[in-house]
Write a protein that binds this ligand. Structure first.
Ligand SMILES: [Ca+2]
Length: 318
């Protein structure tokens, strides 16, 4: 709630429902709300998930044996990836080129099955979400620290056996890179905070408000999809770059600090603080929250059932 209150205080341009939003935040605090809004869906069920998530670091198999297992053959060269022939990570994550950048973007949010492999092989703690999820749903209850470490782990795992070519690395997208992936035009403002909500009336489905049926996984009140919570990644049409679920499903961590000015990702060093989130989730319904330029922030060690992440593959400088 402290995070959301900060946004209300720091953001002079408020959505019309701001007063209702403030009232709703007291309710949201009970479920550690992010991107809080008044149109909350039903409370999550008490049932545990089926995504293979683990409440403790107890591995299902011997971690050292798994770590030593050979990786599958690489699917060509990342530099030659296309939308039709994506690069596939050793976990089967599909990456496609983002025009005008030196990046491949993962088509999807990182799936529970991808993150579960990281958890099994590193013994990292991951608390089960209390919503129904399958292995191809996006991983949730992951902090920014978790997401950064997942990327480092995957890079190291693949690079040391030559699966990943030299000079390539997985990481989180920066805030401007995420904007490019969702198709936003040029933004002004030096920080994610300054850019937050500044481009109005532009949505991830490339059409006017409201979102049409099938536009993505948003809150049930929008009636865009039949899913009360997360949905398998790739359940909705791709955008112009072949990417899924930039809007909807889960909000996604970006590399940037909330007050951080543009920076070369190569100089990035992890550190504590408030980090940037992009994209509305299955919880959100308002024009404010669903806009492509909407952002939010949360502490680097914060996790939630509405937060996941997407990975990019940075290619060597050309
Ligand atoms: Ca998303």
């Amino acid at each position: 709630m402290e995070r959301a209150l900060h946004r209300i205080v720091s953001k002079p341009v408020l959505p019309p429902e701001a007063s209702r939003f403030l009232a709703a935040m007291f309710l949201a605090a009970a479920c550690r709300c992010v991107f809080g809004e008044p149109s909350a869906p039903p409370a999550p069920p008490a049932a545990t998930d089926s995504a293979g998530t683990e409440a403790s670091p107890v591995a299902e198999t011997n971690a050292s044996e798994e770590a030593a297992a050979p990786l599958p053959p690489a699917s060509g060269s990342p530099a030659e990836a296309t939308v039709a022939r994506p690069w596939r990570s050793s976990l089967g994550m599909e990456f496609v080129p983002l025009p005008g950048t030196n990046l491949l973007f993962c088509r999807y949010e990182t799936r529970a099955q991808d993150y579960s492999a990281f958890v099994r092989r590193t013994g990292r703690k991951w608390v089960k979400p209390k919503i129904e999820q399958g292995p191809t749903h996006p991983a949730v209850n992951v902090t920014w620290d978790d997401a950064v470490d997942f990327c480092s782990w995957l890079t190291e795992r693949e690079a040391k056996v030559g699966f990943l070519p030299a000079g390539c690395r997985y990481r989180l997208p920066t805030d401007p890179e995420w904007s490019a992936a969702v198709g936003l035009g040029s933004e002004t403002g030096k920080t994610p905070l300054a850019r937050n909500g500044e481009i109005k009336g532009v949505y991830p489905w490339d059409g006017p408000w409201p979102p049409p049926a099938g536009a993505g996984n948003y809150a049930p009140v929008r009636e865009t999809d039949p899913f009360p919570y997360t949905t398998p990644v790739g359940s909705f049409p791709t955008n112009r770059y072949g990417l899924c679920d930039l809007g909807g499903n889960v909000s996604e961590w970006c590399l940037d600090g909330w007050l951080q000015e543009s920076f070369p990702p190569r100089t990035f060093r992890p550190g504590p603080g408030e980090k940037t989130l992009r994209g509305a989730s299955w919880f959100h319904s308002t024009p404010w929250h669903l806009a492509s330029s909407a952002r939010d922030k949360a502490a680097n060690n914060f996790d939630d059932i509405r937060i996941g992440f997407r990975v990019v593959l940075e290619l060597p400088a050309r």
